[in-house]
Design a protein around this ligand. Sequence first.
Ligand code: PLP
Length: 386
Amino acid sequence: MFLGLDVLSSQLSSWKDKALFTPGPLTTSRTVKQAMLRDLGSRDAEFINIVKDVRQRLVTLGSDSDDYTSILMQGSGTFGIEATLSSVIPSDGKLLILINGAYGKRLLKIANIHHIPATELTFAENTQPDIQVLEQALQSDSAITHVAAIHCETTTGIINPIEEYGKIVKAHKCVYIVDAMSSFGAYPVDMKACGIDFLISSSNKNIEGVPGFSFVLAHKEALLAAKGLARTLSLDLFAQWEGLEGDGQFRFTPPTHSILAFHQALIELEQEGGVVARGARYKKNYEATLSAMQEMGFQAYLKPEDQGYIITSFYYPEHPNFNFQQFYERLSDKGHVIYPGKLTRADCFRVGHIGRLGLADVKALGSAIAKTLIEMNIHISEKNEE
Ligand SMILES: *Cc1c(COP(=O)(O)O)cnc(C)c1O
């Protein structure tokens, strides 16, 4: 049936979307969505000024030093990672990747596609990549010029010690690349203290914008060294930066609406009290989720000391009636979207703690899960309670 625009918009105004307990895209504020109700020309002064302010705010979130800059890149987070890896490693360079989950593996895939010489150090998904193993690898292979690590490995929700890796990477004079996609904006990151040369995140994670672009915080010196190294045209990180620094414009059509939303999201991040306050809200969501889930008998996959407050993996309950698809759909029908697992060795699902959600949403999710377990006739036995 065709709906007139007025009917559609009256439906929209009474519409409440499902709460997204996912790693992104996330639930965003109404005001962030409303910021998109404009049509700005990409070469218009107002838009160019907004881009400038966005870039400046991003730099400030990662450092108070002039040594850093930021680049916006069209596409999702992976595009920003691919832009970085394919733009900053020379043909005679070699990349070492620390892997403990699917996103680490993705870095390796990108390196392979671009024929970037790469080597990996792979660890179990419930384990942080070992600092001593990194040290030994850099000592024994002097060909390595770049090291890449994941901050929050969203596969499990584990937080990797990027500052400790950074000290070793810098001691070996390598360039340090960090995928901080799901941590940036909720975990304070000091680019300088961590020795990070390139940090990548995206518009639709903890800054609570909508999807459309990724961003890279870069040490200027490391970025300048990447001039002319790009393996693609559209993902050339240096050329993108040069354009933004020059006339303030994107080389190719920018996601104007998504940038307007992101600008509003950055203002709201500041209003909330910045990264520390946002992290504190997410941590409360995490703690409330964990205790509600444990009370119902669910078990978290990670040890509490490795677990971050971004996303948590829970084991499937050991009950013959449990079926993830059904569990997921019943929760979705009740207005709550959770996330499937991505682990290679364990059956898990994930619950995110990020986005414009608070304790009331977490409580509603807990009630919905309890109700769903009753509907599915699942009784989780209490076990392994230490
Ligand atoms: C979300 C995420 C990405 C990027 O995923 P996209 O789907 O391309 O946005 C990359 N790394 C990590 C750790 C992530 O959480």
